[in-house]
Design a protein around this ligand. Structure first.
Ligand SMILES: Nc1ncnc2c1ncn2[C@@H]1O[C@H](COP(=O)(O)OP(=O)(O)OP(=O)(O)O)[C@@H](O)[C@H]1O
Ligand SMILES: O=P(O)(O)O[C@@H]1O[C@H]([C@H](O)CO)[C@@H](O)[C@H](O)[C@@H]1O
Length: 169
């Protein structure tokens, strides 16, 4: 029997296989187990609200793709001069490590609309802080027969609230 060694592993952890380019995902889109569920966001400092809604989103379909804002695109969203706290590669890795998440892909624009156009998800979800009827992404998904829905909050959490508490000490 081989003995464990203290040397650094040379292969990346298994979950890093879920970090994919948009091109790769689009190429394999029609082989994904459906319905294909898509959500997007910043996910700066992952919290219980996030992981619960991602688990609920995954349960709606056959796979869950998460689109993650690049650091440059977060800076266009007005969340604060010091945001994101965590880099795009760290935010993506944490999401990829979740059992509920099947693929993680980055987008560099202010909105995920072009990514959604390319991926053609069957179901678009956001958390319950969004009015889906007002999002152009919802109109796009619905126009092709898909569904757009918000998952109600089960835990009142937010990254901004967490940072405020930390800063107040
Ligand atoms: N407490 C929560 N419960 C369920 N879903 C949530 C919760 N907070 C955020 N979400 C959802 O998670 C996704 C990513 O949201 P986001 O990164 O903006 O989280 P946040 O905690 O609200 O962060 P910030 O305070 O920086 O805006 C969005 O789809 C959002 O609707
Ligand atoms: O983490 P957030 O702030 O929920 O993510 C944003 O969501 C926006 C939403 O999909 C439409 O208003 C999106 O446009 C933005 O790029 C962030 O992903």
């Amino acid at each position: 029997m081989s003995q464990p060694t203290s040397s650094t592993p040379t292969t990346p952890p298994e979950f890093e296989r879920k970090l994919l380019s948009l091109e790769h995902l689009v190429h394999g889109r029609d082989s994904l187990p459906g319905p294909v569920v898509f959500t997007n966001g910043v996910f700066d400092i992952l919290h219980r609200g996030h992981v619960t809604y991602l688990a609920r989103a995954r349960a709606l379909g056959g796979c869950l793709i998460v689109g993650v804002n690049s650091d440059a695109s977060v800076r266009q969203l007005g969340k604060g001069d010091d945001r994101p706290i965590n880099t795009e590669s760290d935010r993506m890795a944490l999401l990829a490590a979740l059992q509920s998440v099947d693929a993680v892909v980055m987008f560099d624009e202010a909105t995920p609309i072009e990514m959604i156009r390319a991926l053609r998800p069957d179901i678009l979800v956001k958390g319950g802080d969004y009015d889906m009827d007002s999002l152009p992404e919802s109109a796009l998904v619905r126009a092709t027969g898909g569904t757009a829905l918000a998952i109600p909050f089960e835990h009142q959490r937010s990254t901004t609230a967490l940072l405020t508490r930390v800063r107040q000490g």
